[in-house]
Design a protein around this ligand. Structure first.
Ligand SMILES: Cc1ncc(COP(=O)(O)O)c(C=O)c1O
Length: 423
C-alpha cells in the first residue's frame, strides 16, 4: 500500500502541448473597443494568468496547496461499483473516482484552492466569483476561508431561491452571497431594467462578478472553461492513474460529464497524456444540446463579453437554459481544449435527457448507496450503456468514470424529477 501523500501528485498536468493540433488562443474580438486580455490581467491572480497561457507540460503544485489538498481529504477514493456490475449482469468492471468526498461535495475545490492561494500570495484579501447551483461558490467560499480571505459570490437567482442550503453553507464559511442579477453592478442593473424578475444565468452572474472584481480591485476566480481550471483539476486523473496501477488495472473506457469541461478534462486528460484508455466519452445534457447543436467558433465565456473570446463548442453566450430542467450542466460552452479533442474525434460525446439520467441515478443509488449530483448522473447513464454493450459482446472492458459530486444538496432537483416522472 502506498500512502495518501504519495498518491497525491506533486505536479499538475497541462494537456495543451499534447493536443493533436495547436490550440487556438484566447483573443480580443476583432475591432474591440477595449482589450479583454488586458482586463483579464487585472482580475486574475498573476500566477493563475501565467498558468493559463503556459505551454509547460507539468507545473509544480506549491507545498501549501498540496497541504490544503491533503487537509480536505485528497486523494479522493477510487471505488469499484461491484453491486452495479451485478445488477447490470455485465462482465465489465466499473470503477469511479469519488470527487463527492471533498468537504464541499464536488471536484470544484481542486481549482478554488490554488486560485485562492495565488491571490493571497499577491497580498489580496478578497476574492469574487459567480455560481449556478452553488458547488463552485461553496468551493470558493471554503478556499478563501482556508487562506484567510473574504469571498463574495454572485449566485444565479433561481438557484439562490431553490438552493437555500448551499447559500447557507457559503455564508457559514463566511462568504457574502447575492442573488444575480443584482443592483450592485452596472450589468446587473441593466438586466433588471429590462426584466425585474429575471431568473439570472451563469453568464450574467459571471459578468457581474468580473465587474465587481474590477471596481473593487480584487481577484476573480474562474470555475471552469478556461484551461487553467482544467490544469488544476488534473489531480483527479493523476491520482486515478496511480490508484488503478495499484490495482493492476488498465482502463479501457473513461467517462465524465461536461458543464464547462473542468471535471471531464481534469479526469481524462492525464490518461490521454499517458496514452492510457481506448475510448473517452464526454457526456452532456439533451436539454442543453451544445454537442449536437452548438457551433465550434470564437465566443465569449460570459454574457456581457468582458472575458477574451475563446474557440469552443458553444450555443452562444446569450443562451438561456430551459427553466424546468433539473439536471445541471447548464453552461453554454465547452472548454477550448475539450472542444478541440471532440472536433479531432479523440473524445466522443453523448447527450442524455432528464428522464434518462434520473433512471440512471436511481439505479446507481440503489446499487451503491451514493446519491450522485444530477450532473454526475449524466456520466452514470453513459457508464450503464457501456456496461450493457459489453454484456452483449461479452467483453471484460474496464470502465472508469468520474463521480464529480454527491447530490445531497440537490434533493429539490430530484424531487422535481420525481414529480415530473409520475406524470
Ligand atoms: C457536481 C458537478 N459536476 C459537474 C459540473 C460541471 O462542471 P464542469 O464541466 O466544469 O466539471 C458541475 C458544475 O457546477 C458540478 O457541480
Amino acid at each position: 500500500m502506498v500512502d495518501r501523500e504519495e498518491i497525491l501528485p506533486k505536479y499538475w498536468y497541462n494537456v495543451i502541448p499534447d493536443l493533436p493540433k495547436p490550440l487556438p488562443p484566447p483573443r480580443d474580438p476583432p475591432e474591440a473597443e477595449f482589450s479583454r486580455i488586458d482586463l483579464l490581467r487585472k482580475i486574475m491572480p498573476k500566477e493563475v494568468l501565467r498558468q493559463q497561457f503556459t505551454v509547460e507540460r507539468f507545473i509544480k503544485i506549491p507545498e501549501d496547496v498540496r497541504n490544503a489538498y491533503l487537509n480536505i481529504g485528497r486523494p479522493t477514493p477510487l471505488l469499484r461499483a461491484k453491486r452495479l456490475e451485478e445488477m447490470l449482469g455485465t462482465p465489465a468492471k466499473i470503477y469511479f473516482k469519488f470527487e463527492g468526498a471533498t468537504p464541499t461535495g464536488s471536484h470544484k475545490i481542486n481549482t478554488a484552492l490554488p486560485q485562492a492561494y495565488f491571490a493571497k500570495e499577491e497580498g489580496i484579501n478578497h476574492v469574487v466569483t459567480e455560481t449556478g447551483a452553488g458547488q463552485w461558490g461553496t468551493a470558493v467560499a471554503l478556499s478563501a476561508r482556508m487562506f484567510d480571505m473574504n469571498a463574495t459570490v454572485f449566485m444565479v437567482r433561481v438557484s439562490y431561491e431553490q438552493k437555500p442550503q448551499r447559500r447557507t453553507i457559503m455564508q457559514l464559511y463566511g462568504a457574502d452571497v447575492y442573488a444575480s442579477p443584482t443592483n450592485l453592478t452596472e450589468f446587473g442593473r441593466k438586466i433588471l431594467a429590462e426584466n425585474k424578475d429575471h431568473p439570472g444565468s451563469l453568464g450574467i452572474a459571471m459578468s457581474e462578478a468580473i465587474e465587481f472584481a474590477l471596481k473593487n480591485e480584487i481577484k476573480y476566480l474562474v470555475g471552469s472553461v478556461l484551461d487553467v481550471a482544467i490544469l488544476h483539476q488534473s489531480v483527479i486523473g493523476l491520482e486515478a492513474i496511480r490508484q488503478l496501477d495499484e490495482l493492476g488495472e488498465e482502463p479501457d473506457v473513461l467517462i465524465g460529464c461536461v458543464g464547462g469541461g473542468s471535471n471531464f478534462g481534469g479526469f481524462t486528460f492525464p490518461f490521454y497524456g499517458a496514452k492510457k484508455g481506448k475510448k473517452f466519452i464526454a457526456v452532456g445534457s439533451y436539454e442543453i444540446p451544445k454537442f449536437s447543436k452548438g457551433d465550434y467558433v470564437y465566443d465569449f465565456p460570459d454574457t456581457a463579453g468582458l472575458l477574451p473570446q475563446v474557440k469552443m463548442i458553444t450555443l452562444g453566450k446569450d443562451y438561456v437554459p430551459p427553466p424546468i430542467y433539473a439536471g445541471g450542466l447548464r453552461y453554454h460552452g465547452a472548454a477550448p481544449s475539450l472542444s478541440l479533442l471532440i472536433k479531432e474525434k479523440v473524445v466522443e460525446w453523448r447527450e442524455y435527457s432528464e428522464p434518462e439520467i434520473f433512471e440512471a441515478a436511481k439505479l446507481f443509488m440503489r446499487a451503491q448507496g451514493i446519491i450522485p449530483a444530477p450532473e454526475s448522473a449524466h456520466a452514470i447513464k453513459a457508464v450503464i450503456d457501456e456496461a450493457l454493450e459489453a454484456k452483449k459482446t461479452n467483453e471484460k472492458r474496464v470502465i472508469v468514470f468520474n463521480l464529480s459530486g454527491h447530490g445531497l444538496l440537490d434533493l429539490p432537483n430530484y424531487e422535481s424529477m420525481m414529480k415530473r416522472s409520475l406524470k
